[in-house]
Write a protein that binds this ligand. Structure first.
Ligand code: BYC
Length: 317
């Protein structure tokens, strides 16, 4: 490796990617590839962790013991996803403390969707069905990402996300079979979450500065717009099946392309939320900081326990 030029190393790196050989932590990689992965995987980890806040708030108000147990399990899964992903970031040489500090200080991004409030129980259904549904559409492709630790984490995450999507759709289906007030609650949740769910896929391809390079590196396999369209095509029939309407007067099926065409995305809203001005950005950051501070004793106890064990092992050997 010592005698190779950067150009040669880059060519070999791209050849491995083109041949579908995974890049592993100790392999040579361009700085920009490492940086892109740290950016995307850490934003993804933060999304999982901040995503626990709107749902965690409903655990104590779930309408039955069964619903409570299922929601609790889902929120715990999200914490686990965050941990796999923070570990994947560590394999790229960035410490977990640094990554978490970037979230707590407000420097790091996380998915726009978690800056919207969860106002009613039906929102738990809409989040599971639409938000986790959008997340899976994006994440199934990430199971084939070129970076080994990320791809392997995604395989496990996707299995759990499928359960999340099903539990959300089941909540919405149950409400749609209920009273007028319950159907109205479901419809209201879908009206509020439809467009924000479509925004999760990111800016349109023409405004996505990272897509072209990330696709060349096979971190991303599909463009933002392609995934958004796949999600719309999969979800519109599910809505119609249970009698829901979607809040888009321009939604129509195109026989020739097989696509459900949809109206103009509210891009001003998207960029405003990403800039930190969504309905809940400040609250989410404040709550995440409080949760982190409240967990200090757990981290201290875990460290003290690890030190004691190491000490015992030293004495025994
Ligand atoms: N929100 O060039 P682009 C979940 C940013 S959570 C905020 O297209 P890229 C779940 C983007 O970061 C699901 N920011 O970027 C958890 C970039 O900014 P920087 C989370 C967004 O990276 C709990 C700029 O806009 N999933 O599953 O090529 C409960 C330009 O965009 C958003 C992931 O994170 C957004 N929606 O493509 C329930 C998946 N979109 O960094 C569910 C992994 C874009 O240049 N991430 N931006 O300052 C990805 O696949 C890609 O990062 C994206 C964006 C498709 C999201």
């Amino acid at each position: 490796m010592l005698n190779k030029t950067i150009e040669q190393l880059e060519q070999e790196f791209q050849a491995k990617i083109d041949a579908e050989i995974k890049i592993e932590p100790k392999d040579w990689m361009p700085d920009a590839y490492r940086k892109t992965l740290v950016r995307q995987i850490s934003q993804h980890a933060h999304s999982e962790v901040v995503g626990m806040l709107p749902e965690g708030n409903w655990i104590s108000r779930a309408p039955s013991l069964r619903r409570k147990a299922v929601l609790l399990a889902k929120v715990q899964d999200e914490a686990g996803h965050g941990l796999y992903l923070y570990s994947a970031v560590e394999t790229l040489g960035t410490s977990r403390d640094q990554t978490i500090e970037d979230l707590l200080s407000g420097k790091a991004k996380y998915s726009s969707i978690f800056n919207y409030p969860a106002l009613t129980w039906a929102d738990m259904g809409a989040i599971g069905w639409l938000v986790d549904g959008a997340a899976i559409m994006n994440q199934v492709a990430l199971c084939r990402a070129s970076y080994g630790p990320y791809a392997r984490a995604m395989v496990r995450i996707c299995k759990e996300e499928s359960f999340h999507q099903r539990q959300g759709y089941e909540i919405i289906c149950t409400l749609m079979k209920g009273t007028d007030a319950q159907r109205q609650m479901a419809q209201d949740a879908v009206n509020r979450f439809w467009w924000p769910a479509l925004m999760m896929f990111g800016p349109s391809d023409t405004d996505s500065p990272n897509s072209a390079q990330s696709m060349k590196w096979k971190i991303k396999r599909f463009s933002n717009d392609d995934l958004r369209q796949k999600f719309v095509n999969a979800t519109v029939p599910q809505a119609h099946l249970i009698g829901l309407t979607l809040p888009d007067k321009d939604l129509k099926f195109n026989e020739a392309t097989g696509n459900w065409e949809f109206g103009e995305m509210p891009w001003d809203e998207f960029f405003n939320v990403v800039k930190g001005n969504g309905p809940c950005n400040k609250k989410r950051l404040r709550d995440r900081n409080t949760a982190h501070d409240n967990g200090a004793w757990v981290r201290e106890a875990a460290l003290a326990h690890a030190e004691k064990r190491a000490e015992r092992q030293r004495k025994a050997s």
